[in-house]
Ligand binder design. Structure first.
Ligand SMILES: [Zn+2]
Ligand SMILES: [Zn+2]
Length: 463
């Protein structure tokens, strides 16, 4: 079925802390009743009963289930039993016990999305750079594959401070490969996890990395997103500069893969002849140093601009634009120029000024800021020779910040100060051609987008 979303991956039952069959095995294969009761209590998170068992036999903590060789720590991690997990860790049990597949408790917690247990294990010094014996995956692969973005983020944060940062380096860890040469980004793209794709890209995952191995050989994350039919992943990857023309080992570009699988919307965006999306200007120093609030404003503006572009592209396809909205909800939360106390942007005269250029203090809207920074796309041979400058005064941009809302008194004072923004800057007209690169024209943004975009936008695939 065209554009059907892949069903979300489900963690294997066994890992969830011993299936009933496994417990049954234990019972019928000479495992004692007390041990079975202990594992049942661990799985249920029954702290009192677990403590009772430990009083009778402290060594029971070192026992594992027969089938999967799961320790009590594995079982609590997979089932999110934080209390029992904390109690076990407090008894000096090593956090990196291995089960039969050489999976650590941290891997199982990441697989099942048990964020509190992930955090507790990380605090206890769990090693984030362990590889299982199945496909050689790390906890980061598990979190990405199963789409647990909170766990993914927690592991990445830990990677900044753990010994991994010293030995491997953070950038290398983000791009760690499993036995098939798949990075966490490959897995997230393949499994249709756009939130994880976003976090990984934001943390330095290589957008055009190619897989090794012989399954999906030479595939980039964009190839895998195309084969999974996840529009949200395709969108994220393109906005991060993924190359639509990169070929896999069979000589196919992502477009061909989406077409073959009848993911019409994905194929339309991947079509090399479709308009290029705006790409997040990550090489710019002041973009890498954005504070979180400013970053949200600019990321939202980028997404809005690209969604509008998408809409135009998709109109040309045979795909019906009637699907309900799924994931654009986060666009609702800002860029609301009406009712805002901020001044109108004097470049587009449509949106409110939400961004302030520092140190000069000139203000403009997020869309115009983005247009200023994004006019070079991947694949063009002319790269920045220098960073963009303030369109009003042409001074260097040291920082971008959220524009403060001004009181009427401040407004009057500013209007008479040297920071007064010109209604039409001559410098802007002469100095930058970048706004021409923004399609559709910036001036039509407000009318077209407004803050109604999210509500009216068409989400075509699952994300
Ligand atoms: Zn503007
Ligand atoms: Zn300025």
């Amino acid at each position: 079925m065209p554009n059907a979303s892949p069903s979300p991956p489900q963690p294997p039952e066994l890992a969830a802390g011993g299936s009933p069959e496994e417990m049954g095995h234990g019972l019928s294969c000479s495992r004692s009743v007390s041990e079975l009761e202990f594992f049942m209590a661990v799985r249920a998170g029954d702290l009192a009963m677990v403590e009772d068992s430990l009083r009778m036999d402290p060594d029971i903590l070192y026992q594992t289930t027969i089938y999967g060789r799961l320790s009590a720590l594995h079982i609590t991690a997979a089932n999110g039993r934080l209390e029992v997990l904390s109690m076990i860790l407090s008894r000096s049990i090593h956090p990196d016990l291995l089960n039969r597949k050489k999976q650590t408790p941290l891997m199982l917690a990441a697989m099942h999305g048990k964020i509190a247990c992930v955090q507790k294990l990380l605090e206890a010094g769990a090693n984030i750079l362990m590889f299982d014996s199945l496909i050689g995956r790390t906890c980061l692969h598990y979190a990405a594959y199963y789409g647990h973005s909170d766990c993914l983020q927690a592991i990445l944060s830990a990677a900044h401070y753990s010994s991994v940062a010293d030995s491997w380096g953070f950038a290398r860890f983000v791009n760690v490969r499993d036995g098939n040469g798949m990075t966490p980004l490959h897995l997230a793209a393949r499994q249709g996890q756009p939130d994880c794709v976003h976090i990984l890209l934001d943390n330095g995952a290589l957008v055009n990395a190619q897989t090794g191995g012989y399954r999906w050989a030479g595939s980039t994350p964009l190839h895998l997103a195309a084969s999974g039919g996840c529009l949200g992943c395709v969108r994220e990857l393109l906005a991060w500069g993924a190359d639509r023309l990169q070929k896999d080992s069979s000589g196919r570009i992502p477009y061909v893969i989406a077409l073959k699988r009848k993911y019409v919307a994905c194929a339309a965006l991947l079509n090399p002849s479709s308009a290029e999306p705006l790409v997040w200007p990550k090489p710019l120093k002041f973009i890498n140093e954005l504070n979180p609030d400013t970053k949200v404003l600019l990321e939202t503006a980028l997404m809005e601009a690209n969604l509008l572009r998408e809409k135009k592209i998709l109109k040309g396809t045979m795909f019906s634009l009637s699907s309900p909205l799924h994931s654009e909800g986060k666009l609702d939360n800002d860029a609301d120029s009406e009712g805002s106390d901020n001044d109108l942007c004097s470049i587009c005269f449509e949106q409110a000024c939400t961004i302030e250029v520092q140190d000069c203090g000139h203000q403009m809207c997020a869309h115009c800021t983005l247009a200023l920074c994004c006019h070079k796309k991947p694949g063009t041979s002319t790269l920045f020779s220098s960073a963009p400058v303030c369109p009003f005064c042409r001074s260097d941009i040291a920082r971008l910040a959220v524009a403060k809302t001004r009181t009427p008194e401040e407004f009057d004072r500013d209007n008479s100060s040297k920071l007064r923004r010109p209604k039409r800057s001559r410098h802007f007209c002469e100095g930058s051609s970048s706004f021409k690169g923004l399609s559709p024209p910036v001036s039509s943004f407000g009318k077209l987008m407004g803050h109604k975009l999210a509500a009216n936008s068409d989400s075509l695939d699952k994300h």
